[in-house]
Design a binder for this molecule. Structure first.
Ligand SMILES: *[C@@H]1O[C@H](CO)[C@@H](O)[C@H](O)[C@H]1NC(C)=O
Length: 312
């Protein structure tokens, strides 16, 4: 485990021969914001950094704090977007695909600290699943060609989903979208499992790219070491929702960035200190599980987009 100082110095020593392009989704607060800030410090602002979130004021304030770049190619931009709607995600990815030459780093952390109750979006998706899973899958899926362009030129291509590796519960295979079986507890159990399977599926399709499922470590004190099913449920829910009290968000951002920059290619699960967690491979599901989830995801996102289109 890298001590904080080591992570921080490694991040600050970041150097690439090219101007990196990094996209941070859900970066107007919490861990997404902290990691974007750490990246801006690491690159001394000399990067194309795009942050995306719902809160324009917070987004612009975050960018205003970034170190001023010396490279004239550096760009810092904010995209305002509610990514709980697949229509909005599509709009952003279409635009990025048409204007970016490549993508080196993609962090998806939307929704992680949301305490909003459950409801369904106007596209009839369960809102937490839309944020914690479907929109993340869609960003990665749609932008994968840009990641591939980066690896094709020998550059870094790394994707991180910040959620809860290894903390998935039982998947309800005949109701993956939780249309009939929703409870906050169930949503908190399936979304980590979906993320774990998601990184495996993408890693299979895009060799050379890192797909990291990282925990910000909300509950790493083991105060909630689960000994019962209820305890397991509680831990999953708390892990998914609670702000990491025991590390400042600045510290978490340094660890997340360290893991983002240093993880090997393939599917990686990393802990709150940026280390790879071992023994969690089984959480990636069987080949059949991953195929079922993938097919459901494609169909469900398509259905959501059609719902949006028909209401326009
Ligand atoms: C899901 O909901 C359906 C309909 O209410 C119910 O019959 C089924 O038992 C539920 N499945 C699980 C795994 O809870």
């Amino acid at each position: 485990m890298p001590p904080l100082q080591v992570a921080r110095s490694a991040n600050i020593a970041f150097q690439r021969s090219y101007l990196p392009i990094a996209l941070f989704i859900g970066a107007t607060s919490g861990i997404g914001q902290a990691t974007a800030e750490a990246f801006a410090r690491a690159t001394k602002g000399n990067a194309h950094i795009i942050i995306c979130g719902r809160n324009r004021i917070a987004g612009e304030a975050t960018i205003a704090q970034f170190p001023k770049p010396t490279s004239s190619d550096a760009i810092h931009e904010f995209i305002e977007c509610d990514v709980s709607l697949m229509k909005n995600v599509q709009h952003i990815t279409d635009s990025l695909i048409s204007r970016l030459p490549k993508l080196n780093y993609l962090l998806v952390s939307q929704g992680i600290f949301t305490m909003r109750g459950s409801d369904r979006t106007s596209e009839d998706m369960e809102r937490k699943l839309a944020l914690h899973y479907y929109s993340r899958w869609k960003f990665i899926h749609d932008l994968a060609p840009l990641l591939k362009k980066a690896t094709d030129s020998g550059e870094d291509a790394k994707v991180m989903s910040v959620y809860a590796p290894g903390l998935g519960g039982k998947v309800i295979w005949d109701d993956l979208g939780l249309k009939n079986n929703f409870s906050a507890a169930t949503a908190g159990l399936v979304a980590p499992a979906y993320n774990d399977m998601m990184i495996e599926s993408f890693a299979e399709q895009y060799p050379g790219v890192s797909f990291i499922h990282a925990t910000p470590g909300a509950v790493r004190t083991n105060l909630l070491r689960p000994t019962s099913f209820a305890g397991h449920l509680l831990k999953n829910i708390v892990t998914g929702l609670v702000y990491p009290f025991s590390l400042s968000s600045e510290e978490s951002g340094e660890y997340m960035l360290w893991s983002l920059l240093h993880s090997k290619s393939g599917a990686v699960r990393s802990n709150s200190h940026g280390d790879e967690m071992t023994g969690l491979e089984k959480w990636g599901g069987s080949e059949e599980d991953r195929r079922r989830l993938w097919e459901h995801t494609e169909a469900e996102i398509q259905r959501a987009l059609e719902t949006s289109a028909s209401s326009e």
